[in-house]
Design a protein around this ligand. Structure first.
Ligand code: GDP
Ligand code: IMO
Ligand code: MG
Length: 428
């Protein structure tokens, strides 16, 4: 296949960064297609650990084109800080392209993100990453957004900035928030504009011509399907669509190129932020999982909520993204757990259901129906073949694949690039 899409099948942090970095060795280009620096993708190799928020996880492989596509919302200050972090880590030889159609996150978006959350009652707060993501996508759909092509044309940038702050400062005044002076933002951000200008291009043209020429392109999703604005647990979601269906729209490539879609899942579930989480549990086992799996947010440092794996969620994700292969991550974290639970269906008001209800009140009443499997105690962190896994570990993976109805493509037994076992030819 010329193109492979990596998507999160749960609520984010499934290990997409690790798999993207791993598969990038076979690709010619790696593309982030939605979200912004709400994402936190961890990559570990050669005893070094990197956290990326905006830059595609192909950046560590020389000669790959790394694209920030039109569907993204880009905070230029955060982007330059990330580039600096990479340079300090010795990553200097790369090829970066930023879409001229992506939208720019500015300081007022971050202040709005906080304001909108503050105005909500406690049980209605989304628990956003407070990176200004929602308000930037709001501006995009309200047609007042500042795109990268506007941002690098300083006259256009200044004019749009003034227009938007005329409006938003009225709102800030009303709610007692500090006013934002356009000239202060302009003076600071025009320097960022000059620094990113050389990376900006029409990345839709670039990607289509690469694909037409038979080049291999890897698309890296951020967040997870359950945080999708359309198909997630609305309103406790992000403001973009982290599904394979959103790739053509958010990159400008033809839908005909999308055929291989790898869904990345943890061997259990986690969630940060608010919203019902059917398989969530809190006891000694979840504490151990949080500890061993280092389950604290890469972007915000918040402890992640822990749950058992949920195959209702996986089947939902398979449907909405057309997943063709499953990558099960953090299998090693479950070593030593005596009994493993897999959620196979939900119980809602006495009925057994096999879908995620759209109505959040119904979803909140869903309870998990589990099957139980015996765990394993052997260290699996050096495993390089499926058949070398303890039998119970093999059974666990096979059951997840069977219940989700997705072929097992990859499993991962540690954070390092090397601790990855591939069972299927991904870029055929
Ligand atoms: P992403 O947002 O989907 O890229 O995932 P994150 O990087 O936010 O979170 C995944 C975490 O799990 C990171 O700390 C990874 O280093 C770590 N990780 C990935 N795969 C494995 C694995 O197989 N085992 C263990 N122990 N950690 C893993
Ligand atoms: P990666 O790419 C986990 C969650 C937030 C919040 C909701 C909305 O690392 O998997 P937002 O700031 O996007 O408006 O917040 O979405 N969220 C994530 N959770 N991983 C992420 O990204 C996330 N990006 C956003 O916690 O619940
Ligand atoms: Mg993450």
């Amino acid at each position: 296949m010329n193109s492979v899409v990596i998507v999160g099948t749960q609520w984010g942090d499934e290990g997409k960064g690790k798999i993207t970095d791993f598969l990038a060795k076979e690709a010619d280009a790696v593309v982030r297609f939605q979200g912004g620096n709400n994402a936190g993708h961890t990559i570990v190799f050669d005893n070094k650990k990197y956290a990326l928020h905006l830059i595609p996880s192909g950046i560590f492989r020389k000669d790959k084109v790394n694209v920030l596509a039109n569907g993204m919302v880009i905070n230029p200050k955060a982007l330059l800080e990330e580039l600096e972090m990479l340079k300090n880590g010795g990553i200097t030889d790369f090829n970066l392209a930023i879409s001229d159609r992506a939208h720019v996150v500015l300081p007022y978006h971050i202040q709005l993100d906080g304001l909108f959350e503050d105005l909500k009652d406690d049980n209605k707060k989304v628990g956003t990453t407070n990176k200004g993501i929602g308000p930037t996508y709001n501006d995009k759909s309200s047609r007042i957004g500042i795109r990268v092509c506007d941002f690098i044309d300083l006259n256009v940038f200044e004019e749009k900035l003034k227009d938007n702050l005329k409006y938003y400062n009225k709102l800030f005044e009303l709610f007692g928030k500090p006013l934002i002076e356009p000239s202060n933002v302009f003076d600071e951000y025009k320097e960022y504009s000059k620094q990113i200008k050389s990376y900006v291009k029409d990345t839709g043209l670039l990607l289509n011509s690469m694909l037409d020429d038979g080049k291999k392109v890897l698309f890296e999703g951020a967040q997870g399907a359950l945080l999708c604005l359309d198909h997630g647990t609305y309103p406790f979601v992000t403001s973009s669509s982290p599904t394979a269906a959103s790739v053509p729209l958010n990159t400008g490539i033809s839908p005909k190129y999308i055929n291989e879609i790898i869904g990345v899942t943890k061997a259990y579930s986690t969630r940060v932020g608010s919203g019902h989480f059917v398989t969530e549990f809190e006891n000694e086992i979840s504490k151990k999982i949080r500890d061993v799996g280092k389950e604290y947010g890469t972007t915000t440092g918040r402890p992640r909520r822990i749950g058992w794996i949920d195959t209702v969620v996986l089947r939902h994700t398979r449907r909405i993204s057309g997943i063709t292969g499953l990558s099960v991550m953090l299998l090693d974290v479950l070593t030593g757990v005596e009994t493993l639970k897999i959620c196979v269906a939900y119980r809602l008001d006495g009925n057994i259901i096999d879908y995620l209800p759209a109505n959040i009140k119904d979803f909140e009443r869903c309870e998990p129906i589990y099957i139980e499997l015996e765990g394993w105690t052997e260290d699996i962190t050096q495993t390089s073949k499926f058949s070398d896994l303890p039998l119970n570990s093999q059974k666990y993976l096979s059951k997840i694949s069977e219940l989700s109805n997705i072929e097992l493509a990859i499993f991962s037994v540690g954070p390092d690039r090397e601790q990855t076992v591939v069972l299927k030819d991904i870029f055929k």
